[in-house]
Design a protein around this ligand. Structure first.
Ligand code: SF4
Ligand code: SF4
Length: 270
């Protein structure tokens, strides 16, 4: 159970987040959470799981004059797209149908409001609405300041989230996704992947916070890209080095081509 508490203290707010952080099975995590809730060592609210200590220390925030999520995010329930004002949102006043607002509006709470971010992230002034989904940190950027997310202090924090998501070994981790209007970017450390595909992105580190990446065009393509990356890691472990190929159309067997590219002696017999 202490693993689960530690995971929540480190920022896991969902069952999946705890599973990713601990590597425990869903069954074990759910059992531990039930027991911790009974003992009042864990609380569950709109922001997900929190420890009682974190809850009392978290800044109590209110949206105030901010209406960013009603003007930047797509809200299916009221038929608005990204960067489109909801017809029920009145500038400086907020939601005019507050008591009858759709469920998705009721349950939405941005990361700043939840107390995960400093004051400089207040959406109305930063132009950035950050929200967490099961597999991603999502950042919607106001198109009046489309480069804001690449400025400091924002970019460093996004880079940190991205690296934390990538480093969850043994688990799928989470993605850090930026949306500026309909333009989408995946962040891999400092490396920005424009227009990531729905099939996924295969990547391998080049430095501690930059990556070489390949965008997959199908699930099979993603599998081949990842298989070649796995072979690169194996060769590096074995020989201490392996070059990264430029092409994005790998076919097995990957090893001979990689050994040849890397000028590794006895490549043919290896
Ligand atoms: S973006 Fe966050 S702070 Fe702004 S209105 Fe929405 S929930 Fe409130
Ligand atoms: S219905 Fe209200 S809360 Fe929902 S997006 Fe529109 S203004 Fe915002």
């Amino acid at each position: 159970m202490s693993d689960v508490v530690r995971a929540v203290e480190r920022g896991a707010t969902t069952v999946k987040g705890v599973i990713d952080a601990t590597g425990l099975s869903r069954l074990k995590v759910e059992r531990a959470i039930r027991a911790l809730e009974k003992q009042k060592l864990l609380v569950r609210n709109d922001a997900g799981f929190q420890t009682p200590a974190a809850l009392s220390a978290a800044p109590r925030r209110e949206c105030g004059s901010c209406t960013s999520c009603c003007t930047l995010l797509e809200v299916e329930a009221v038929g608005t797209s990204v960067n489109e004002w909801c017809k029920h949102c009145e500038a400086g006043k907020g939601c005019t149908i507050y008591d009858d607002r759709p469920q998705m509006c009721r349950s939405f709470s941005c990361a700043w409001l939840q107390g995960h971010l400093g004051d400089e992230w207040f959406p109305e002034t930063s132009g950035l609405v950050v929200h967490f989904s099961q597999d991603a940190v999502n950042v919607q950027v106001d198109s009046n300041c489309p480069d804001r997310w690449q400025e400091e202090p924002y970019f460093s924090k996004l880079r940190e989230w991205s690296l934390n998501g990538i480093r969850r070994t043994g688990n799928p981790g989470y993605a850090t996704l930026i949306a500026v209007g309909y333009d989408k970017f995946l962040l891999l450390g400092r490396t920005v992947v424009p227009d990531p595909t729905l099939f996924g992105t295969a990547f391998i580190p080049v430095t501690s916070d930059t990556f070489r990446y390949w965008k997959a065009r199908s699930p099979e393509h993603l599998q081949r890209l990842n298989d070649r990356i796995a072979e690169i890691h194996r060769i590096r472990q074995e020989f201490g080095r392996c070059s990264i190929p430029d092409d994005d159309e790998p076919y097995p067997p990957y090893r001979p081509a990689l050994l040849k590219l890397s000028n590794i002696p006895h490549a043919d017999s290896a």
